[in-house]
Design a protein. Sequence first.
Lengths: 115, 113
Amino acid sequence: AQSVTQLDSQVPVFEEAPVELRCNYSSSVSVYLFWYVQYPNQGLQLLLKYLSGSTLVKGINGFEAEFNKSQTSFHLRKPSVHISDTAEYFCAVSEGGFGNEKLTFGTGTRLTIIP
Amino acid sequence: EPEVTQTPSHQVTQMGQEVILRCVPISNHLYFYWYRQILGQKVEFLVSFYNNEISEKSEIFDDQFSVERPDGSNFTLKIRSTKLEDSAMYFCASNHRGSYEQYFGPGTRLTVT
């Protein structure tokens, strides 16, 4: 069974500083990896995804993530954060299945930007 | 840009009552999902639906839950007899053939009293 671990429940960061949100996964098969963002009182929005190919993937709002198969990690990074990045970030994994496959989510990391 | 919509945004019901949560997936999508998020906890998969039948369901999705696509646009989640522990945010999601990107709706907050 697949699982996702987000070790940091809360991450405070000063505005314009870099940030890394950690995600580790466990699966017995090849996986697809995702980062979703949830702004207050809103639904989940896809930030970026890794399906195959280059291990460094770029997403919206200046975020990027690197897939590391040997370390089973998919950490999310941004070189300079903005107040508007304050949100909950969820890492998720899917074992595939022709577009019909459940997502397993981590517990989320609340990113707080300090002015 | 097309989006997944959900109604109502907030539903309050008494324990033992039936509730129906409604979703309108993106029009050309073929795969549909329900997830829930209990306050302060992670998002959990409930059920996936394709070609008018359930593809996969979790242990949470017991006999009290059912899903239906009554027409060409709506996708519903019914809870027959709600319990206090059903209080959560329920998210609908959809994706089209060949895509692993699930689009999520804004959620329905269900409060069972």
